[in-house]
Design a protein around this ligand. Structure first.
Ligand code: SF4
Length: 369
């Protein structure tokens, strides 16, 4: 693939600006050209897309507001039989530090979240080979009954595929039962790169790209909304990232069930996948390109948890309109050597310092303050 020449880059920039101003869609080929623009130009285009897409939101103030949510990441078990090569979190049942949290332990964590005004838990875990459906249904029922105001943003397409096989139920039946028990929405975890040749190299036992998309299609049909994600910067090529984005965009055209898109770079520490860590420039470039390409997904989250608060701030000028979560607890990327934490006050100051109004939100991106 050739890097576009300087004179050509000016043309690409001008054409792209006009397309964004008239709310036009970019093809994969066009996105490939945009990728090679100077970083500042790509950021400017993403910022323009963000402003135009968000402007009508929140009574016409959408372009000036950056949202965030107070939630807590609860990983109910670290036991997993899928052994993804990029994962530093999983343990086997033979490892001394493996665990399964009880309902009581999880509810204690939710009580702490409730005390600081949290509105959501991100409930995810490994693919435990023995936990039966009763564990999950009891857990969801109990949380929903005691904390009806806390949204359970739970599990992920690979977990649902694991449940479907283990419980011998269809995906639809599992999602229906989980929803009835209190599940409120589904995170887009386990998407990584939705190209099977890449998935086979980094997570050979995990679900296929088609299966991931099908779980999301079923969930959206059953009335559960979800986020979409992309973890990049490992063995994939640019073409794979673009194919991933195109698959997400196509599904969104058909279901409109994705509330937000979040991308981050692979965090390699303590994992079996030995590749050099990608820096902030590559992260910002892909986030900006995602904002421009995913014209049918309203919200883009800045991934400060993996990139650090300062890069998270810059990401607000590269297409992000949301600062994600205060994250009372985070175990998965911290296992891979990356630990960034913040508080409500810090997050609001961080957003304000970038010239935006910080506003707290719920899972549906409705404002809470
Ligand atoms: S990423 Fe998820 S599925 Fe893969 S090994 Fe880690 S916990 Fe298991």
């Amino acid at each position: 693939m050739n890097v576009i020449s300087c004179s050509n880059s000016k043309n690409v920039l001008e054409v792209a600006r006009k397309k964004i101003e008239s709310f036009e869609r970019f093809t994969v080929e066009e996105a490939k050209e945009l990728y090679f623009l100077p970083l500042a130009d790509l950021g400017m285009l993403a910022d323009l897309r963000r402003k135009l897409l968000k402007a009508p939101a929140y009574g016409g103030k959408g372009a000036e507001i950056v949202t965030y949510i107070i939630d807590r990441n609860i990983n109910y078990t670290n036991v997993c039989t899928t052994y993804c090569k990029f994962c530093a979190f999983y343990r086997t049942e033979k490892d001394p530090d493996h665990y399964v949290l009880s309902v009581e332990q999880i509810e204690e964590k939710i009580r702490e979240l409730d005390a600081i005004g949290g509105v959501q838990i991100l409930l995810q875990g490994g693919h435990h080979p023995k936990l039966g459906i009763d564990y999950y249904i009891n857990l969801l029922h109990s949380i929903h009954k005691k904390f009806p105001h806390i949204n359970i943003h739970g599990f992920s397409p690979p977990e649902f595929l694991h449940f479907s096989k283990l419980f011998d139920l269809s995906i639809e039946e599992v999602i229906k039962r989980f929803k009835e028990a209190g599940l409120g929405s589904i995170p887009g975890g386990g998407g990584e790169i939705l190209v099977d040749s890449v998935r086979k190299r980094i997570a050979p036992l995990k679900c296929s790209s088609q299966e991931w998309l099908e779980v999301m299609r079923v969930a959206h049909r059953l009335g559960l909304r979800s986020s979409a994600t992309m973890m990049f910067g490992h063995v994939e090529q640019l073409e794979d990232r673009l194919e991933h984005l195109e698959k997400i965009r196509n599904l969104q055209d058909s279901t409109a069930g994705f509330t937000a898109f979040i991308c981050w770079t692979f965090q390699p520490d303590n994992t079996k996948l030995k590749v050099a860590k990608k820096g902030p420039s590559e992260y910002l470039r892909m986030q900006a390109l995602s904002r421009i390409f995913l014209d049918n997904i309203e919200n883009i989250q800045s991934s400060w948890v993996t990139q650090g608060v300062e890069v998270g701030q810059i990401a607000l000028y590269f297409g992000a309109n949301d600062f994600g979560s205060v994250m009372m607890e985070e175990n998965v990327v911290s296992a891979a050597g990356t630990t960034y934490r913040t508080t409500v006050t810090e997050i609001e100051e961080t957003i304000s310092r970038c010239g935006f109004q910080p506003k707290r939100r719920n899972n549906g991106y409705q404002l809470l303050n």
